[in-house]
Design a protein around this ligand. Structure first.
Ligand code: NDP
Length: 305
């Protein structure tokens, strides 16, 4: 399905019928999601070796937040095998699915649903995507690293939980709005279990910030061309690497500064790919590492990279 074709809505879901195994992503907005081309490329690749996958197809639906409960019920009734959730549904769905994977509970958000007999089982694959991406693109590990995390929204919360669950050496979180930072730190405190956890204002990095930290941008600063950088990297003591979750545009002001300072850096495309491959593993049982290359190629093609 090309991104130029009309985007199906709740109304289309009401009259939906598909003879094969249907997967879908729900979002608002959803028009530019890379998930359909990524998953359909991976399914076509799998179908070459295993005819079972020839009847699998991944769709997208524009679903308003008010419509989500009805959309989840309908998708179950229409036999969808799995659903991805993107902005703003990850948190809304958390309280609406019957079963939540234990690793997703502290995040309070789900991005992957697998059909069960009566309802849905929720998972969150963003943390896996982040961990795999920083390793693949930068040779970094969240485990044992000092992490400087930028942002206090949904993506930052997921990243922070992943860093703490993987036992990072310390976690330093910066955010523009102090109240949002304080709320995130309060939520994370019970998970820290001895790991140093600190917050700071982006324009006042504390002198005691460890050198050699992995900087992760989980703010949306950089999505628009005129956005400011969320942090001046020159104020940090020699970061080891910079990972920006944003992938479109491919080079944000933060990444451009990292390049100018010769700090290894990567954008969020790899994270997108690996969270997607993990979702497909949850639905199909096929290891994420098997489908990630086809997803990566499709995502790059869709972005025109
Ligand atoms: P939210 O809206 O929940 O949070 C946005 C965050 O960005 C807040 O911390 C906000 O700070 C901060 N922010 C927004 N604008 C600015 C600015 N101009 N300067 C400084 N800080 C700013 O968004 P999400 O957490 O859902 O997503 C954040 C980013 O992560 C998005 O760009 C998204 O595309 C990306 N992402 C990428 C993924 C991938 O697979 N690669 C997966 C998930 C997300 P404040 O509290 O002050 O408002």
């Amino acid at each position: 399905m090309s991104s130029a074709s009309p985007v199906p809505t709740l109304r289309d879901l009401e009259s939906w019928s598909f003879p094969g195994t249907a997967l879908a992503v729900f979002g608002h907005p959803i028009g530019h999601s890379l998930s359909p081309p990524m998953h359909n490329a991976a399914l076509a690749d799998l179908a070459r070796d295993d005819a079972r996958f020839a009847s699998w197809k991944y769709f997208r639906f524009e679903i308003h937040p008010d419509e989500l409960p009805q959309a989840l019920e309908l998708a179950h009734a229409k036999n969808f095998h799995g659903i991805n959730l993107t902005v703003p549904h990850k948190v809304i769905a958390f309280d609406r699915v019957a079963e939540i994977d234990p690793a997703a509970r502290p995040v309070g958000a789900v991005n992957t649903l697998r059909r069960t007999g009566a309802n849905w089982h929720g998972f969150n694959t963003d943390g896996y995507g982040l961990n795999t991406a920083v390793h693949e693109t930068l040779g970094c590990q969240l485990a044992g690293s000092h992490i400087v995390l930028l942002g206090a929204g949904g993506a930052a919360r997921g990243a922070a939980v992943e860093c703490l669950q993987r036992r990072c050496a310390s976690l330093w979180i910066a955010n523009r709005t102090p109240e949002n930072l304080a709320a995130l730190l309060a939520r994370l405190a019970p998970l820290a279990a001895g790991i140093p956890l600190h917050g700071f204002a982006p324009d006042e990095p504390p002198a005691k910030l460890p050198s050699g930290a992995l900087v992760i941008n989980a703010t949306s600063a950089g999505l628009r061309v005129d956005d400011p950088s969320p942090l001046d990297l020159a104020t940090l003591s020699r970061p080891a690497a910079v990972f920006d979750m944003i992938y479109n545009p491919a080079r944000t002001p933060l990444l451009r500064q990292a390049e100018s300072l010769s700090i290894p850096c990567a954008n969020g495309l790899s994270m997108l790919v690996h969270q997607g491959a993990k979702s497909l593993e949850i639905w199909s049982g096929i290891p994420a590492a098997r489908t990630a290359p086809a997803m990566q190629a499709a995502a790059r093609a869709a972005l025109g990279a």
